[in-house]
Design a protein around this ligand. Structure first.
Ligand code: HEC
Ligand code: HEC
Length: 304
């Protein structure tokens, strides 16, 4: 009798201290993540000259699709939920139009550049999960074209956006496991191409393929996206690995996958892969991407 009560006391003590440690760790995570969420960045932003002619706007729309903006900000630019999980967080992509709760009315030329390229809002705070690390290298020309299209969108009213990072989201942030705050992962003074030479070259393909890395991983070998709730199908291996990647695909197979969402074996790609947006890529862009994919080191599936 006495021995069991002693045992219970011990178990209680161990559990109590464990709970205390977890609470302490969570408090530290909250303090550290708050400091980073509220950090103010001073970015020497460039005020782009935004063209207004209609031919540029059509090209801007194509870039809105092929750079993946449409995937999170929606066809009408009014924003869609990006993360909706009580543990990870609730984040909705901004309404980019001039409608109610949209940014279109207040934004000035330098604000567009700072948000898209640097991941920093006009108030200096870092944007959450807006993948600016992929957009930093976009040339001035292409960025101005993209913004011209966004500014031409009809105003859409939206509700105020929830913007909350949950406990797991904060752990991912503090542990640097995923770029929760892309502004932290960008060298804000790195040189950028002023104009990019377009053409069916691997170099142009590398420029375009920045958009693929967010889902397919920096090494393009696919697998579950770290920090995101498990949600198959997972991004596939785009490296030239023969067994698990695109090693046995032809250029025609690649074109068919992006344009029609169909693999060489006839199976279809799910919409988790934004091929319906990417199918507006030109032959030149697809050829450039295919050439670039042929040059990346082969990796087996899931090594990101
Ligand atoms: C993976 C989803 C995702 C993609 C892809 C994406 N965005 Fe965003 N974007 C977001 C989220 C989420 C926010 C809001 C971030 C916040 O509230 O901190 C945002 C914010 C913005 C803002 C700042 C708005 C504000 O509230 O001040 C601009 C401008 C913007 N995005 C433009 C773009 C453009 C242009 C593209 C394509 C080149 C793009 N985004 C691609 C998710 C995305
Ligand atoms: C929003 C996330 C996302 C982005 C961005 C993305 N992909 Fe994908 N991709 C996926 C997913 C998920 C799959 C697997 C779809 C399935 O199995 O149905 C996939 C599959 C593919 C496949 C089929 C491969 C195979 O073996 O079946 C190709 C090819 C592909 N992606 C190319 C690209 C290229 C090129 C880019 C950049 C221009 C890109 N993807 C950007 C999510 C993405």
């Amino acid at each position: 009798m006495k021995r069991t009560s002693k045992l219970f006391k011990w178990i209680g003590l161990v559990l109590g201290s464990l709970l205390g440690l977890i609470c302490l760790a969570l408090i530290i995570v909250y303090v550290l993540s708050n400091a980073r969420l509220n950090k103010s960045y001073t970015i020497p932003a460039v005020a782009l000259t935004i063209p207004t002619d209609t031919s540029v706007i059509a090209e801007g729309k194509r870039q809105f699709m092929t750079r993946g903006c449409v995937d999170c900000h929606g066809d009408n630019g009014a924003g869609k939920p990006v993360i909706d999980d009580p543990v990870v967080g609730r984040i909705v992509a901004s309404n980019l139009t001039a409608g109610k709760n949209g940014i279109g009315q207040q934004y000035r030329a330098a604000d567009w550049e700072r948000s898209i390229r640097h991941g920093v809002a006009p108030d200096g705070k870092p944007l959450i999960v807006m993948p600016s690390q992929e957009f930093y290298p976009i040339s001035d020309d292409d960025l101005a074209t993209l913004v011209a299209y966004i500014k031409s969108l009809p105003p859409v009213d939206s509700a105020p956006r929830p913007r909350q990072v949950g406990p797991l989201g904060r752990i991912l942030l503090v542990g640097e496991l995923v770029p929760v705050l892309p502004a932290e992962h960008i060298n804000h003074t790195a040189p950028r191409p002023q104009v990019v030479t377009k053409g069916a070259t691997a170099a142009y393909g590398e420029y375009l393929a920045k958009t693929c890395a967010g889902c397919h991983g920096q090494g393009l070998s696919g697998g579950p996206i770290p920090g995101m709730p498990a949600d198959p199908p997972y991004p596939r291996n785009l490296t030239p690995d023969v067994a698990t990647g695109l090693g046995s695909w032809t250029e025609a197979d690649f074109f068919q996958a992006i344009r029609e969402g169909k693999r060489p074996d006839g199976t279809t790609l799910s919409t988790a892969m934004p091929w319906q947006a990417f199918k507006v890529m030109t032959d030149e862009e697809l050829r450039a991407l295919w050439l670039y994919l042929g040059t990346v080191p082969a990796k087996t599936y899931g090594n990101r």
